[in-house]
Ligand binder design. Structure first.
Ligand code: FAD
Length: 465
């Protein structure tokens, strides 16, 4: 309940990690008379897509030491872990200590975030944070702000909004035998032995295999992607200084690659693996991405992205070991290739595949297909709010059709049609394309703090005008 508030709130739409941290940072940055509305359509706040799982095999793929929610309090999550009593529970309880660091069940991380949010709603002083548990379906421009409408019929006058809605969902499934990797409860309906196809071989595939096994599926899984590459596992940390790159180094992709290969060779001589060099690039990645000419960015997306992804987005060693064991036993096959066609039959789908390097296609019968490729595009989004914002010209696709377009100040860039509304900001994976590192906690926590400062400065100017 908002009390003693005189100014229209800033709404944050989506309460996964991005929205939760944007809301908490806004509470610190905005003056006391500016409330914050945090809207979430799902059953729980703060956990989002990643941290709602109760499967202890779903581990964080980032070391606990780097999972603080706050950029200026690096040990915050580890301290919480120790205080919560979970720090000592061990692998069965979802805290796995490895030579590469401690990896914690994602559900525990969700509890950490929930606690942070609860503290803000019930903390001392007038709570300025209002939680709205409903899907936002429209933002109608009104006198320099918006009228926010929810699916359940609520309306709220707001001054501006932060879109924190996570990745654009994948396009509509192409078969009635498709299953959503984010609704693993449905895996319990599968025949325990008939084969399953997973499209994608990245981190989502690893999760999907763990979910299939947790739901009693013991049959064969074929995982297929363009290159058939699996995520690398984390290794014991070896740190390497950020390379001293100049704009000339990232004027062309071959030059940048040559420069990085030289850096890896130097690190190796010093006893540090490529992991250290990739990690050292992290604070520079967005500068590099923005500095690459558009043609070079397109080349990166066409040829290098799968290789970058498996080096940069690494997995917890226990998750990598489970997958290696599945492959060793023949229960999981990982292949490079393309899915060419799908024919639905009553109880199965016939899929036509061409494995990489093969001249002939192959047809396989699978009981289900699970799309673990990750992202969708604005044009194919079925989300009512994004469709409305797009129709009104308030948002448009980001570079190369990835995510949504925005400026360096996180302000959404539309087609110019939508007039008369307030500012719209964007945070998190929706910025993919504008930024390159906007998907994981260590990046989003920085963005949330920076964004809150920019929103506060905007609100100050608006009040003074
Ligand atoms: C399976 C998985 C594992 C991951 N593991 C890690 C990890 O270990 N470490 C790490 O750093 N990163 C990890 N990530 C990256 C992850 O993307 C970020 O850490 C972060 O969780 C992104 O959160 P988000 O809030 O941007 O998106 P999401 O978690 O997708 O949250 C978006 C929220 O918006 C809500 N929403 C959408 N539209 C509306 C609407 N119209 N109205 C109201 N609500 C709406 C959704 O219901 C959802 O709760 C993982 C990602 C996934 C998918």
């Amino acid at each position: 309940m908002i009390r003693q508030a005189s100014l229209p709130p800033i709404a944050v739409i989506g309460a996964g990690f991005s929205g939760t941290m944007a809301a908490l940072q806004l509470l610190s940055a905005l003056p006391p008379d500016r409330p914050v509305l945090l809207c979430e359509r799902g059953g729980s706040f703060a956990r989002g897509l990643a941290y709602g799982t109760g499967n202890p095999a779903h581990l964080l793929n980032v070391r606990a030491a780097n999972m603080s929610a706050f950029p200026d309090r690096p040990g915050h999550f580890e301290d919480w872990l120790a205080r919560s009593g979970l720090g000592g529970v061990g692998a069965a309880g979802g805290v796995v200590r490895t030579p590469a660091g401690t990896f914690v069940a994602r559900g525990h991380y969700g509890s950490y975030l929930s606690e942070l949010l609860t503290g803000a709603v019930t903390g001392p002083g007038t709570p300025r944070l209002q939680l709205v548990n409903d899907a936002v379906v429209d933002l109608e421009p009104r006198a320099g702000g918006y009228l926010l409408r929810t699916e359940g019929g609520q309306t709220h006058r707001i001054a501006g909004a932060v879109l924190a809605m996570g990745n654009l969902a994948a396009a509509a499934p192409k078969s009635r035998h498709s299953l959503d990797p984010w609704i693993p409860e449905n895996f319990g309906r599968l025949h325990p032995h008939a084969p399953v196809l997973v499209v994608g071989t990245g981190l989502t595939m690893l999760d999907t295999v763990a979910s299939l096994r947790a739901h009693g599926f013991s049959g064969a899984i074929l995982a297929l992607s363009r290159r058939g590459l699996l995520p690398n596992a984390h290794t014991p940390a070896g740190t390497w200084p950020a390379p001293d790159l100049t704009p000339a180094d990232f004027a062309s992709l071959p030059r940048l690659l040559a420069r990085l290969r030289a850096e890896v060779a130097r690190a190796r001589v010093a006893g540090i693996g490529w992991h250290g060099v990739i990690d050292a690039l992290r604070p520079l990645t967005d500068t590099i991405w923005r500095g690459l000419p558009a043609a070079e960015q397109a080349r990166f997306l066409r040829h290098l992205r799968p290789f970058w992804d498996v080096h940069r987005h690494r997995t917890a060693p226990p998750a990598a070991a489970t997958i290696a064991d599945e492959i060793g036993r023949g229960s999981l096959t990982v292949r490079a290739g393309r899915l060419l066609a799908i024919e639905d039959e009553a109880a199965q789908a016939l899929v036509t595949l061409r494995f990489r390097g093969a001249k002939r296609t192959e047809r396989l019968a699978v009981q289900a297909m699970i799309d673990a490729t990750g992202f969708g595009h604005l044009a194919e989004s079925r989300d009512p709010l994004l469709r409305r914002l797009s129709e009104q010209g308030l948002v448009r696709p980001g570079p190369f059709g990835l995510g949504l377009d925005a400026g360096t100040d996180y302000r959404a860039i539309g087609t110019g049609l939508g007039e008369g509304g307030g500012p719209l900001w964007i945070i998190g994976p929706l910025l993919r394309g504008v930024l390159w590192e906007c998907m994981a906690v260590p990046d989003i926590r920085n963005e949330a703090a920076e964004l809150a400062g920019l929103v506060a400065a905007h609100c100050d100017r608006a009040v003074a005008a």
